[in-house]
Design a protein around this ligand. Structure first.
Ligand SMILES: O=C(O)CCC(=O)C(=O)O
Length: 276
């Protein structure tokens, strides 16, 4: 990894924004050329999905997309973003979940039906008995299509809700207090805390929405989809291997040695304050 990535370390202001709101938006994280290349790869997967007979007006949720194209794989340790991920979570991290969502125009009239509000991680929110719930993981969402206006299947959030274990969610009509759409241009990366209450929304526009979600968590968290990213280890450098779940043995996910966490070794050399 090139040490020039250190210019993208999390700033104090970004840390404060993320801690307060559970959300951090980085515009132009991807170049127009990257957006074009990633969109072509996403479109290919979506075309295969439709060719397999899946409905054209329903969202495609596609987990384990990272091995499907080198452009997806390259974002795993993407220089403008990874330093902010370790700035939030530290160095004992890997990808625990990733999914591509393509949301075509629904063809439906706009309604105020309540969206599917949730915190990430399913049973974790019941099984761990603490308040507020622990952060544990974050996602980075790369927006490929233009959702800078509302109504385009936007990602909706309740900023600052990540310390709230419960949320007053309307029973069918309307959205919870404080809910807002994330307005994101193509190339924007949105970091969000898994605890922040969030929801997908219907696409009432005629613009297909395309977003890549990369979930990073502590290495001792189990993967949340049937990832086959281990197939990429032989062609990946040591830090990418760590992020793709490699480790020396089971104990090393809990008590890592230097061999388990090449990211830490790299930080010790290039940015000791982040290697703590
Ligand atoms: O598709 C969206 O906007 C929401 C995605 C989501 O809920 C998630 O990644 O947990």
């Amino acid at each position: 990894m090139d040490p020039s990535c250190l210019k993208h370390r999390l700033t104090d202001e970004e840390r404060q924004t993320f801690d307060e709101h559970g959300l951090l938006q980085i515009e132009d994280a991807l170049s127009p050329q990257q957006v074009e290349q990633l969109t072509a790869a996403a479109d290919r997967l979506h075309a295969d999905h439709l060719a397999a007979g899946k409905p054209a007006d329903k969202a495609m949720f596609y987990p384990n997309f990272i091995p499907e194209d080198p452009a997806f794989t390259d974002l795993v340790d993407y220089a403008p973003i990874l330093p902010k991920v370790w700035g939030i979570l530290g160095w004992n991290i890997s990808l625990y979940h990733a999914h591509l969502i393509v949301t075509p125009p629904s063809g439906q009239a706009r309604t105020d039906k309540t969206f599917g509000w949730h915190q990430d991680s399913g049973r974790v929110n019941r099984d761990i008995d603490s308040h507020p719930r622990p952060r544990l993981s974050i996602k980075v969402a790369y927006f490929l299509s233009d959702t800078s206006v509302e109504g385009r299947g936007n990602f909706w959030v309740i900023p600052g809700s990540h310390k709230h274990d419960d949320m007053d969610i309307p029973d069918g009509q309307g959205q919870p207090a404080g809910a807002v759409p994330v307005l994101a241009k193509p190339g924007t990366a949105v970091f969000f805390d898994r605890r922040m209450w969030h929801a997908a929304s219907p696409n009432w526009s005629d613009v297909t929405r395309k977003v890549l979600f990369y979930g990073y968590g502590f290495r001792w968290i189990r993967t949340k989809d049937d990832m086959t990213v281990q197939d990429l280890w032989p062609t990946s450098g040591p830090i990418r291997q760590q992020l793709l779940g490699a480790g020396v043995n089971a104990n090393g996910y809990y008590s890592p040695t230097d061999e388990d966490v090449p990211l830490r070794g790299w930080l010790k050399e290039h940015c000791p304050e982040d290697a703590e």
